[in-house]
Design a protein around this ligand. Sequence first.
Ligand SMILES: Nc1nc2c(ncn2[C@@H]2O[C@H](COP(=O)(O)OP(=O)(O)OP(=O)(O)O)[C@@H](O)[C@H]2O)c(=O)[nH]1
Length: 428
Amino acid sequence: MEDDSIPVTVLSGTLGAGKTTVLNHMLSETDRDLAVLVNDMGEVNVDADRVAESSDIADEDEELVELSNGCICCELRGDLLDAIGELTASDRAFDALVVESTGVAEPLPVAQTLTLGFDQSDLDPTEFYEETGIEPLEGCHLDTTVTVVDAHQFHEAMQSDEILDDDGTEKHLGDLLVEQVEFCDVLLLNKCDLVDEERLAKIEETLEMLQPRAKIVRTEHGHVDSEELLETDRFDFEEASQSAGWIRELQQPHETAEEEHGVTSLVFEARRPFHPERFADLLDEFPDNVVRSKGHFWIASREDDVITVNVAGQSVRVAPGGRWLDALPAEEREQQLEANPELEAVWHDRWGDRNVRLVLIGTEMDHDALRADLADCLLTDAELEEDWSTYEDRFPTFERPDEDDEVPAESDGDATAEDQQEEIGIAD
Ligand SMILES: Nc1nc2c(ncn2[C@@H]2O[C@H](COP(=O)(O)OP(=O)(O)OP(=O)(O)O)[C@@H](O)[C@H]2O)c(=O)[nH]1
């Protein structure tokens, strides 16, 4: 990184978590000259006088940039880069930039925009530049992503049915909270004044399990040492994308020891399919103490398809995960096996690579009971010999590539797995 490249800190966090409070505290406390870019759907509460005081920029209108007609994780991605480009292109003297996202913004697309937009990424930028018409910026880099968590509302938010609208995209509050926690470098556990020590320790344990890489800092009224958030050099796109706790648990399956406050994870694996009705029933009634689950599964009614599951709080979503290699034309299967020789070792004589693999993270989970509930959803020995096509399958139907198109569904350009991700209230 060039020495004079300006470090950018992005603040995320659900509505009312305390982002603005943190930002105002930073402005009053830091010796650095900060520029601030606020993406707010409503009124901007950042104290413009404080921005002016903390910055050498003469015109206070210009060091506090507001983007208020949309969200920087969606349609304002280009505006975000334009605004930063204008700030950095001028002679204004500031040595760090703080971007405050809206309470509904997902940090990953914001970080992706900034990383690609700052021309510092190993990611393939072609599609991004074509789609946005954006020229990469020089002179700044994404340095730290921060998620502010409201300790007082944490458990309620995880259990909440509340649906948020982010420019037409609906999201569960718990789902958004998990995304914000799973993608960040620093977690500010704010509003600690409203929560007792026992509860704080439990929330911290949950946050550590969801996001082992982030530094957790407890705060009251946003009082944090700004140096924890500015020019920390903590951000790394690949690391941040791979740092969620569920990824670690799936990669190194192990039963976690009971933590002091009951936060544990378990990995469930099987080499036979779920019965589509029984597994749909279980997802309908998924236990509340499972705060996070990810993985893939095989259902008896769909021989060819991998389906992925994504549970965050009260949100349960399924999406297409491509095809089992065993269901691919022979030539392509051989190519894939050559490229992934480790699959040979787990190849099943009858089922090929078909399998079930789920990670569950939660508080006070009864592992034996959960394993038994999941095992009850698998086909019995007798059912394995039945005609599976007669089973009722309430899972969503996913668009598939043409039969002679040999590309797995998950990499199909017309219907990506993400586009097809469906929230399931299967019983409805
Ligand atoms: N008790 C308590 N209240 C806090 C704390 N931090 C912030 N608040 C209050 O919580 C409310 C929301 O804080 P903001 O800083 O506006 O939260 P925000 O995340 O910027 O909110 P949005 O911009 O609406 O997403 C305000 O009334 C703050 O005064 C804290 O640590 N303890």
